[in-house]
Design a protein around this ligand. Structure first.
Ligand code: AVJ
Length: 323
């Protein structure tokens, strides 16, 4: 008989709709105007992000993949995990390299992919349970900023948070996330974190302002999401994409700028926003890290960084930490 993945739904779609309204009211209703990046990943946004990962300028995906190819066996032998959890797993594409290494060592009992997109998760879970016949797949439909308390217990767990997604958080959100993760784990559990590293400004700008304009389309999709989900009337053409490097905070700051004065009505959020000519909405930040600072932040949250692997050009890092 075919193995069947178990899928638990922690995310309530009605609640998610309410959270979008709250985020829009909070972020667009005050200055500086912001929108949280998590709403960028509807179907169109997920496709655009997928295209970003294949752009020649966007190095993080390929760097992280190279580290996993080179060091998956080291990761498996450095930790004694029997359960692998992946936060924001999507198609679990890169993770397969890691799971293959665990499976080859015969030590993996369970894989827990966690993602907000139920259909993507169901498809990935079905594929994975066929690929790893000896592994129980227990998928969790959830938001990794809210539902860490729903992670299955027992066994020794390794939580993987890849892709540099932690760079989307503001400093205080990062501390809150690491603290919540610490609370949801047991002493001896493991955390594998992917982070993009500080590097030359030119290289960073190129990665977030690609020649084909895919990143601009991805960020602009935020306005399409609000038009569709909340009946907003953003004139999407009236905005330009403005990516820049913030050297003080060491992060990319990705914004949309109104090219003319623009009144936007957002009925679903019961909000009218008057944007001045040149006014900007910050849609995403992407923080870049320095290894020593990362170790300090992990330590402050109760994790001890035990190993760090980078790609040959030191562009991206995978850090293995212990709770
Ligand atoms: C998925 C958050 C890691 O910050 O590099 C890519 C998202 N935004 N290009 C990143 C993104 C614009 C990406 N993360």
């Amino acid at each position: 008989s075919r193995p069947e993945p178990v899928v638990t739904v922690a995310l309530d779609p009605d609640w998610a709709a309410g959270a979008l309204v709250a985020d829009v009211r909070r972020g667009l209703g005050s200055q500086p105007r912001t929108l949280p990046p998590k709403w960028l990943y509807d179907d169109a946004g997920s496709d655009l992000f997928d295209r970003i990962t294949r752009l020649p300028e966007y190095y993080p995906t390929e760097c992280e993949r190279a580290i996993l190819r080179e060091h998956a066996d080291d990761i498996v032998s450095a930790c004694d995990a029997t359960t692998v959890v992946e936060l924001g797993s999507g198609t679990s594409d890169k993770t397969r390299t890691l799971l293959d290494a665990f499976a080859a060592a015969g030590s993996l009992e369970r894989f827990v992919p966690v993602d907000v997109s139920e259909q993507t998760l169901r498809d990935a879970a079905a594929m994975l349970s066929e690929r790893y016949l000896a592994v129980r797949v227990e998928a969790l439909v959830g938001d990794f900023t809210l539902h860490l308390g729903h992670l299955p217990r027992g066994g020794r767990r390794l939580v993987a948070f890849l892709g540099g997604t932690i760079g989307n958080f503001y400093v205080e959100e990062r501390a809150a996330f690491l603290g919540a993760l610490h609370d949801s784990l047991e002493p001896g559990d493991w955390f594998l974190l992917g982070t993009d590293l500080v590097k030359s400004t030119d290289r960073l700008i190129a990665a977030y302002d690609d020649a084909e304009g895919v990143t601009a389309a991805f960020v602009t999709n935020a306005l399409h999401v609000l038009n569709r989900e909340l009946g907003a009337d953003f004139d999407v053409e009236a905005f330009s994409y403005v990516p820049f490097w913030d050297p003080r905070q060491e992060r990319m700051d990705l914004r949309l700028r109104a090219d003319m004065p623009h009144r936007v009505t957002i009925p679903g959020a019961d909000l009218v926003v008057d944007l001045a000519h040149g006014e900007e909405i910050r849609v995403e930040i992407s923080t870049k890290f320095r290894p020593e600072r990362l170790r300090d932040e992990l330590a402050a949250a109760g994790f001890e960084a035990e190993r760090t692997w980078t790609d040959p050009a030191d562009e991206f890092a995978l850090t293995l930490a212990r709770r």
